[in-house]
Ligand binder design. Structure first.
Ligand code: GDP
Length: 196
């Protein structure tokens, strides 16, 4: 359980992140994947991460301090159709700089919408993470949106793709912010990561 979650800072420049004096866990995914909802579920703070931020807004790296012990980082989403090429390039530059240079980063949750068939943009992003040695895990979101068998089918299809890419299946979680599913599993996994 998380007892305390406080906003620390937002910025567009990864070099201005807080001093790397604590373990850090980041969350990223396609716009609308359910990232804010998942962060709010995990921390137990409604609206800690704002749900459904509009794509026109400045894209920020948001740091939160959790239990005075670790940083939770909300990264800007990718894959919004309406985003200009220029903004996309800025996103790529900022995110790749953050993910490859942040020395205290010990885990990145890449969120995948469990309603969808495997999406190229997600697979490409995960492939890039693998190439760059970014320590990622996968969290499927919105598992309550369809039957359990449909969720299982979509999750399996995605994992099969990952197995094709990586030769094995990375750690993954199936979650629902609506039903609070997967919360304990994700939090105990994070707890282990940040105490290493
Ligand atoms: P973000 O853009 O990735 O931060 O996504 P949001 O958290 O804002 O969620 C996008 C939309 O999906 C919102 O309308 C949420 O209410 C909805 N949503 C997010 N997670 C869940 C979930 O687990 N179950 C259901 N049923 N809806 C969800």
């Amino acid at each position: 359980m998380i007892r305390k979650a406080q906003f620390v800072v937002s910025n567009t420049d990864p070099t201005k992140c807080p001093k790397p004096d604590r373990a850090e866990i980041a969350f990223i995914g396609r716009s609308n994947v359910g990232k804010s909802s998942l962060i709010n579920m995990l921390t137990g703070v409604k609206e800690l991460a704002k749900t459904s931020q509009k794509p026109g807004k400045t894209q920020l790296v948001n740091h939160f301090m959790i239990d005075d012990r670790w940083y939770l980082v909300d990264l800007p989403g990718y894959g919004f159709a309406k985003v200009s090429k220029d903004r996309k390039e800025k996103w790529e530059q900022m995110i790749s700089e953050y993910l490859t240079s942040r020395e205290n980063l010990c885990g990145v949750f890449v969120l995948i919408d469990s309603r969808l068939e495997p999406q190229t943009i997600d697979l490409e992003f995960l492939n890039w993470c693998g190439e760059e040695d970014v320590p990622f895990v996968v969290a499927f979101t919105k598992a309550d949106k369809q039957s359990k068998s449909q969720t299982d089918k979509n999750v399996r299809a995605f994992l099969n793709k990952l197995e094709d890419i990586f030769g094995d299946i990375p750690d993954y979680f199936v979650t629902s912010a609506e039903k609070h599913a997967g919360k304990d599993q994700v939090l105990s996994f994070i707890s282990e990561l940040v105490s290493e």
